[in-house]
Unconditional design. Structure first.
Length: 401
């Protein structure tokens, strides 16, 4: 069994340190694959064949010619099959009392190693499965995705929502100064970062076999959350800020970083999950430069939809808007005029409220708005004109990023 081969030497060394008797482990063909005395690795151990054949403990006598040491040999089993032999070197009657204890310990380690290997294999399958889904394009073949879905016993047709967890500036924090790097690599090695974050996300979000949690890269993780009931989304939305707070407490304590979460829209099927991922990614992109770094963003919230507008317009339409406000853009005081107009819109085109929040006199506000009217040939007292001008300014600001 390959698992025994991988862990045999580690078991032999650690067990003999505690037991104070030399240990050897052979494979199911009688060859030593782990030994306190490393020079014995690869030697054929004849008594092990008898142990394997008869599935019972055998006393070994010292045979110098055949390099057999005195002691006790017992079969090692995995799922009721003999996979190798454990040997404890010493006076048989003296070491016999330890045999069953050590045998149980070694078999338990084999079970644990097998479980870990299966877990890692499943995680790799989930990683491939997730990448296939999120990069799905219309007219792509679905057969391979559906095969993975069946192997993982995952129902694609129930309602789901994609959550993206973005870790802020992990790479920059690591390389910014040596003290941070030393802290990360000594106390919590970077190679363990993904594993620890994934484990914590499982604790927070894994509530159903149809919940999938995986990493996309070292700074971004994905949760495809199953919404099995009518009120599941409402409940998720209510608890998401609290879950993010717990995640950030963990991240700040162990790694001195924080995270944000973006949620796509509710969907089902392969195409729907791919769209939910794409929309969550858009929501993250919109707020990436936001002052509020650790926050929850929902793609379908009004603020998100409004900020998405410049990116959703056609290039032809954007060009028309740019042409409309080009005289305004060319002004040396464009930033002042654009900010004034934006605040004016924010406070519902109310002159008194806008001037108060801008800390300027009402007449100054009127002068600036008149200047904008003159440059753009638009009327800032007209709602439709304001909507057009506001969109044009947002498009221009977006193009500068």
């Amino acid at each position: 069994m390959k698992i025994l081969e991988h862990i045999a030497q580690n078991i032999a060394e650690k067990t003999s340190d505690v037991l104070q008797f030399p240990i050897s482990i052979t494979d199911n063909e009688g060859y030593i694959i782990g030994s306190t005395d490393k020079s014995r690795i690869g030697l054929f151990h004849k008594p092990s064949l008898e142990v394997i054949k008869n599935d019972r403990m055998v006393d070994c006598e010292n045979e110098v010619g055949q390099k057999i040491l005195p002691g006790i040999s017992v079969p090692l089993k995995f799922n009721n099959n003999v996979i190798g032999v454990l040997g404890i070197v010493g006076e048989p009657r003296e070491v016999e009392k330890y045999v069953q204890l050590v045998k149980n310990h070694v078999e338990m380690m084999c079970q644990e190693a097998f479980r870990k290997e299966m877990t890692e294999l499943k995680e790799k399958m989930i990683e491939v499965f997730v990448h296939q889904i999120i990069h799905y394009k219309e007219n792509d073949e679905m057969d391979h995705i559906e095969q993975y879905s069946k192997m993982l016993e995952y129902n694609l047709e129930t309602n789901k929502i994609c959550l993206l967890v973005d870790i802020h500036s992990l790479s920059q924090n690591i390389s910014s100064d040596n003290s941070t790097q030393e802290s990360l690599t000594s106390s919590f090695p970077l190679q363990h970062f993904q594993r620890e974050v994934l484990d914590f996300l499982h604790l927070l979000f894994h509530e159903s076999k149809n919940d999938i949690i995986s990493s996309l890269n070292i700074e971004r993780f994905i949760i495809i959350k199953s919404l099995s009931t009518e009120h599941a989304f409402t409940l998720l939305k209510e608890n998401l800020s609290e879950k993010l707070e717990r995640l950030n407490t963990f991240l700040e304590t162990k790694y001195n970083v924080s995270a944000s979460i973006a949620a796509g829209d509710i969907s089902s099927g392969i195409k729907g999950v791919a769209e939910s991922y794409s929309n969550a990614k858009k929501a993250l992109g919109i707020f990436s430069n936001s002052e509020q770094k650790s926050a929850v963003y929902f793609y379908n919230e009004l603020e998100t939809l409004f900020k998405l507008l410049p990116n959703e317009l056609s290039n032809e339409y954007k060009n028309k808007l740019m042409k409309l406000i080009m005289p305004l853009i060319k002004q040396d005081n464009y930033d002042v005029l654009a900010h004034t107009f934006t605040v004016f819109c924010k406070y519902n085109m109310n002159m008194s409220e806008a001037s108060r929040h801008l800390f300027i006199h009402r007449n100054t506000l009127i002068y600036r708005l008149d200047k904008i009217n003159e440059l753009t040939t638009l009327d800032t007292s007209n709602f439709e004109h304001c909507m057009l001008l506001y969109t044009a300014i947002q498009c221009y600001e977006e193009s500068k990023k």
